[in-house]
Write a protein that binds this ligand. Structure first.
Ligand SMILES: Nc1ncnc2c1ncn2[C@@H]1O[C@H](COP(=O)(O)OP(=O)(O)O)[C@@H](O)[C@H]1O
Ligand SMILES: Cc1cn([C@H]2C[C@H](O)[C@@H](COP(=O)(O)O)O2)c(=O)[nH]c1=O
Length: 631
């Protein structure tokens, strides 16, 4: 068991550092509030002035830094598509008008973006706190769980810490995981050996290997899991030599490697192109009878391909009894790395013939091969195939591959037009590819074409439809008068460009109000959450005044982590109101207005209200007919 003082000394270097990430957020809560109907934590729903800084259109600064141009030889077979940052989330808040959607959006944004200053939030009952935090974790609301824990100022059970850390690791929410660790230290909680290993995994995965190593060195018993975490951490960080030396160290101490160790070792050998070491590890793998594992085999193939032994790579592929998209992609990318364009395309078609669906990485390898082989038309065909036959929306790197393809073929004008017309025109990777592709003399011209981007520290942006001018354009305002500055936009796809790539990359939370007015809601949310790792909180009407699905709000339910349907109070009977009744005879779907035109109603009063409206309409219509016949 680790004692408190030993644990503190172990963690001293961590403690001595200033807190990073969310701990330095720019939110200042006057009174932290948490709204959760499901778990019964009371919503205080008070009117209170909110002091939140957000990125808004008014405080942009002009500077641009272009990200590095992708190197096609560096396509990693087994890398994850999600960037190293925290993983994204989508939360949807729907309901009729006056239900508190905007109010909830503002509160959620505050809750997601806690400043980590550990003020008490009124959740004093620790048992209740444990249950609430666990419940939030189980329903995927890890950001809220961490927010509550950090503001609670009290210790929770080891089990609860373990669950929150597990969720943070699983969702790659490393900054949040570090906040949990920070909370442990502040409240004087001493993690047991099991939790210590979880912390080690967290830091190793987050790429903070200094801290991970401190924890590792102090472990009394270094189990296989801890060795694996360290080896993988170093390999992922590009410090393969250290990873391999740890692997040898581990074996010397009599700890036997498992499939996770081998996967990291092969990755390291691939990056360093150390064939001999790779072969030795391969021999040990066979001896250990672990060679059937798909992930290990893919890493092994990748190793042989990267060490310029494509025939050995292919042999591993042939011997793999179990295959999936990863194995196939490893083969295709491997051939690409070795310049065997024909084999790339043949394997790609074989993969499809055998009933496997290619993914984004497979297509990237194919497009890259076309680019290197000068196969412009085929490359363009594969690019359209992605979306048409497989429903895969091309990402920045795919667009960049086409730019590269056109650029290499000397079709620069076409490349330029492609960048300008593409739905992804603001993507720095794409512009980078154009810069990289152009042997242009007018690099400056390309740069000029790029939009300037605002570099701000703030991590929250709120977007609303520019159709809604009820309370002015530059703020979202609840019916109770709370307001926050926002971006009024006609469509969401223009947001990245308007906000600027660099400022966008720093955003952690994006709030969208009046979501029913955005046609491109689905595409924006998938891109922001799945690909860019943002927490997207969407508020909008699920139904219009006729209770028909409104805009694209319902389309995003399948991609949402949570959905909250709010209700209002029926203006006629005070009961729960789920619908919005339009009081006028206007029939167009979109009609910007407030309580003068709309009222929240219960089912009974919605139905009777519609009947009254219909009756009124027919009376008026018949009067119109009579009038016109008299005239
Ligand atoms: N006619 C009304 N009926 C119900 N609530 C109203 C009305 N007018 C103002 N409100 C206030 O509006 C608040 C909800 O505001 P808001 O969050 O902007 O709702 P939403 O975004 O769902 O339309 C309620 O808590 C209530 O205090
Ligand atoms: C029901 C309904 C509403 N609208 C408009 C009216 C308001 O401008 C917004 C809703 O705003 P809130 O923040 O939810 O109060 O949508 C519409 O255009 N059509 C409808 O059917």
């Amino acid at each position: 068991m680790l004692t408190l003082s030993r644990m503190k000394s172990l963690l001293f270097p961590v403690l001595s550092r200033p807190p990073t990430g969310p701990l330095s957020f720019c939110f200042h809560f006057q009174e932290p509030i948490f709204l959760c109907r499901t778990y019964g934590v009371l919503s205080t729903f008070k009117n209170q002035p909110i002091s939140v800084q957000t990125i808004n259109p008014m405080n942009k600064v002009s500077s641009f830094s272009c990200s590095t141009v992708p190197n096609h030889n560096q396509i990693r077979v087994l890398h994850t598509e999600v960037s190293g940052s925290d993983s994204g989330e989508v939360h949807v808040i729907v309901g009729p008008m006056f239900a508190g959607k905007t109010t909830t959006l503002l509160k959620r944004i505050k809750s997601e973006s806690s400043n980590g200053s550990f003020q008490g939030n009124g959740v004093k009952n620790s048992l209740y706190l444990d249950e609430t935090i666990k419940g939030l974790c189980f329903s995927g609301r890890v950001a809220e769980a961490v927010g509550i824990l950090c503001r609670s100022g009290v210790q929770v059970e080891s089990e609860t810490y373990s669950l929150v850390l597990q969720e943070c690791i699983f969702r790659q929410a490393y900054k949040k995981g570090k906040r949990v660790h920070w909370q442990m230290m502040v409240v004087g909680f001493v993690p047991n050996e099991y939790l210590t290993i979880k912390l080690l995994i967290l830091y190793a995965k987050a790429g903070d290997l200094d801290t991970a190593h401190i924890i590792f060195d102090k472990l009394q018993f270094k189990c296989l899991v801890s060795w694996n975490a360290m080896i993988a951490g170093y390999v992922q960080k590009g410090m393969e030599e250290i990873g391999l030396s740890l692997y040898h160290n581990m074996k010397q101490r009599g700890v036997l490697p498992d499939q996770y160790t081998f996967a990291s070792v092969f990755r390291a050998c691939a990056s360093l192109a150390v064939l001999e070491q790779g072969k030795q590890a391969h021999a040990l793998l066979i001896k250990s009878q672990l060679s059937g594992n798909i992930v290990v085999n893919s890493a092994l193939m990748d190793m042989y391909f990267k060490c310029s032994c494509p025939s050995d790579g292919y042999l591993v592929f042939c011997k793999s009894l179990e295959r999936n998209v990863i194995t196939w992609t490893a083969l295709i990318s491997g051939y690409g790395q070795n310049g065997r364009i024909k084999d790339v395309l043949e394997s790609f078609h074989r993969m499809i013939d055998e009933g496997f669906r290619p993914n984004h990485i497979t297509f990237l390898a194919v497009l890259s091969a076309c680019s290197h082989g000068g196969l412009v038309d085929r490359g363009k065909e594969y690019f359209s195939l992605m979306m048409r036959d497989y429903g895969l929306r091309p990402r920045g790197k795919h667009y960049a591959a086409i730019v590269d393809l056109l650029g290499r073929a000397g079709r620069l004008q076409e490349a330029h037009e492609f960048v300008q017309n593409s739905r992804c025109g603001e993507h720095p990777v794409l512009w980078g590819a154009l810069l990289g592709a152009c042997l242009w003399n007018n690099v400056a011209e390309v740069r000029r074409l790029m939009k300037d981007s605002g570099v701000k520290k703030e991590s929250v942006a709120i977007i609303k439809s520019d159709k809604d001018t009820r309370y002015g354009l530059d703020s979202i305002v609840t019916h109770d008068g709370d307001r926050l500055p926002c971006w009024p936009l006609a469509n969401l796809s223009s947001f990245k460009q308007r906000c600027g790539s660099e400022a966008y990359s720093k955003l952690e939370v994006i709030g969208i109000d009046e979501a029913q007015f955005f046609e491109d809601l689905y595409d924006f949310c998938t891109e922001a959450a799945d690909h860019d790792g943002k927490i997207v909180i969407v508020a909008g009407l699920d139904g219009d005044y006729l209770r028909r699905s409104f805009g694209s709000v319902l389309d995003i339910i399948p991609i949402a982590d949570t959905v909250t349907k709010l209700t209002s109070r029926c203006e006629l009977c005070g009961k729960r109101a789920s619908f919005t009744l339009r009081k006028t005879g206007e029939t167009r779907t979109e009609l910007i207005a407030g309580a003068d035109v709309y009222m929240p109603v219960c089912r009974k009063h919605y139905v009777s209200g519609q009947v009254v409206k219909e009756a009124t309409r027919s009376v008026l219509d018949s009067q119109k007919v009579q009038c016109s016949s008299v005239l």
